[in-house]
Design a protein. Structure first.
Length: 301
């Protein structure tokens, strides 16, 4: 299977795609340029706000966007561009937020990464809501992380699948969904080095994991129970960063990519690096694979 170009965005570091089923749009960010993008299924794309270092976001139940940027986090009103900062991590600026996603209970989870991509100085945070004010309270639930990346929750809510890129694994944490407490950790999938480094991730309606590969030219689908590769999507860009199902019936797999660090030779070979790509993948019965609806984050209401 091969993904086709949807938007020739030329993103330096395209990341964080999330499908907004109410608006019918894909939100995504360019971390290097500090841009929040809104894209529809036809490929019409626009920058709705510039927030330095913005790395991940999610729609809330009242229609705003909760975002993380650098070490800060807050709310964006996409129609007016109004930004309301809620707080910041009190940690070394040697790290920054990277990937983030909303769990089925409406909590946002976001991880940090070493800006030098070398040291295990990052962490994974769970954002709960302070009932008195509605503001967000980040709690570190995992430390010793180097490059926090993809997340997905099992369909029955009993576990979190998680990627710390340099480990070349998808790890499985048991989870108490009521409290958001993580339990035991084990390796669910070992990523073959020849596929490229694991980056962002999403889940389909059968519980399979779709993993984007940095320096891997594609997205792979894994069975989290056996670790087997079930499918492979080729993407005409070396640095594939993340993926998310969206569109009608959640049948389209949207893929973000990056031109970050590409040599002139690579850009000549892959001129649409940094673009947004799309494909409607099929299983062995030629039936369209479907995604899982993205939960909307709690808000002040």
């Amino acid at each position: 299977m091969k993904a086709e170009l949807l938007v020739d965005a030329g993103a330096s570091l395209g990341e964080g795609p999330v499908w907004d089923g109410i608006r019918g749009v894909l939100w995504w960010v360019d971390i290097d340029r500090g841009e929040v993008h809104r894209c529809d299924s036809s490929g019409s794309d626009e920058v709705v706000k510039r927030i330095p270092d913005v790395s991940c976001l999610t729609p809330t139940r009242d229609g705003r966007l909760f975002f993380c940027a650098g070490l800060r986090f807050g709310m964006l009103e996409p129609e007016t561009g109004e930004v309301q900062l809620e707080g910041a991590l009190t940690v070394s600026d040697a790290v920054r937020f990277n990937d983030g996603k909303c769990d089925p209970a409406g909590r946002f989870w976001a991880g940090t990464m070493d800006r030098g991509v070398q040291q295990p100085v990052g962490a994974l945070y769970r954002f709960d809501r302070l009932p008195e004010t509605g503001d967000s309270l980040p709690t570190a639930v995992l430390t010793g992380v180097t490059v926090s990346n993809g997340m997905a929750w099992a369909l029955d809510g009993t576990c979190l699948y998680y990627i710390d890129t340099p480990r070349f694994t998808v790890d499985r944490f048991s989870l108490d969904m009521t409290s958001g407490t993580l339990g035991d950790r084990r390796t669910a999938v070992t990523i073959p080095a020849e596929l490229g480094r694991p980056d962002g991730m999403t889940m389909d309606s059968e519980g399979n994991l779709w993993v984007a590969h940095w320096d891997g030219h594609g997205v792979s689908c894994f069975d989290p129970h056996s670790g087997a590769v079930l499918a492979r999507v080729s993407v005409p860009s070396a640095r594939v960063t993340s993926c998310m199902f969206g569109g009608e019936g959640l049948r389209t797999l949207y893929v973000t990519t990056a031109a970050h660090g590409a040599t002139p030779e690579e850009l000549e070979q892959y001129p649409h690096s940094g673009g947004i790509f799309a494909i409607t993948p099929e299983d062995e019965l030629s039936q369209a694979v479907r995604g899982v609806p993205e939960a909307r984050r709690f808000d002040r209401g």
